[in-house]
Design a protein around this ligand. Sequence first.
Ligand code: FE2
Length: 462
Amino acid sequence: MAASFVAFQVHCSAQKPPISLNSGHFKTFLSSTIFKLPLRINVLKAIKKTSVKLVDAFVDSVFEFIDQPLLPSQSNFAPIDELKEAVLVTSIDGEIPDGFPEGVYLRIGPNPLFGGLKSTKSVFGRSSHMWVEGEGMVHALYLGKGVEGNWTVCYNNRHVETETFKLEKQRNKPSFLPAAEGDSPAIVCAYLLNMLRFGQVNKYLSNTNVIEHSGKLYTIAENHLPQEIDILTLKALDMWDVNGAWNLPFTSHPKKAPGTGELVTFGISATKPYAELGVISADGKELVHRVDLKLNRCPLSHEILVTQRYNVFLDYALTVDLGRLLLGGSLIKYDKEGYARMGVMHRYGDADSIQWFEVKPNCTFHFINSFEDGDEVVIRGCRALESVIPGPDQGMNKFEWFSRKFRPIESTEGSLDAMSEDQLVFPRPYEWRLNMRTGHAWQRGIPYVQGKHFLHRSRLCP
Ligand SMILES: [Fe+2]
């Protein structure tokens, strides 16, 4: 610091001889402008570097990463080796059907680094990754046909190399503390320490879906922006923020608008504004519409729906609740007694134009279809009555919890609402009909019994 001061004094004196070294003006000048800037930058950098090292040392000494148990029945969650280079598929069971198109089949899923999902234990308790966490890996099957009609099939896979992926890969050890489930003190610590060390709470997993828009391919997880990938090499390119116009997370299941080819998306946030909707131009270059939905809570809404004219979104009883986490509860809250709504808005409408339909609280993560039928907006989805994301109590015994919740259902005769607690997580086909003229919402379950469907219909609200 002293050396910098002297060097600066010499230079400054030469430039400004009329100003006395002892004058108040000069001291003010020094402290308020030129002297302060480079020194402040250097000091801040040094402090930041030292702080990060100190926090790293604290984490290494206090938190122990341990492997989550992987039972034989959970082998689907075990990571596989990364290839990065396409290989020829030499063994195919069965035959590729006649008329099957040439092209690329893509899928994506979590493929955790460092051998599998982790938990940590410390004086603050335990925290764990939940089952949807794990770095995204894209799998590609390239199907090409020769002149004689013989197929050539190649396979490749590659991790989605997001910023946080590269960061952990460089450190060569698990670094982000799990912040999804576990004891509240441990989760709060994970939040704070991840923020201090990496500037964000969670990793950019990009592991949930692969979409195409305007000829480009993107991987997505709903906690961050889409990541463009090269279809031939599967290498990650830039993140897609629609030329700087979209700064929110991006739903994993955006929808192509019928007719225009625009992409309808939305993003949720644990703080206000809780949910915003965006319409992106067909060429992917412009955000043509953006609206704050003015919700009073952060809904854990996984999908958005579109029809010819409308956007449909869900204000669920399943919510993200930071305050509850700090008070010792789960970050994810399912309020069976609370309200749940479906909102229908014209493609380019605003929050005041939304027509709301109250429906029975549910945990529908994925939908089958949505369309207009006369005055009705029809929505079909896979409805469950309990969250597929275990709370803190179930989180420690989640393998047992999932095995119980997803066991085969012996009978679904009668009302879906009469199911036992252990049957509530299992999603079933369901239909909602939202009448735009009368404001009525109808719903019906479509249980599957011994190869036959039967319907029951109940009126929800007048
Ligand atoms: Fe999904």
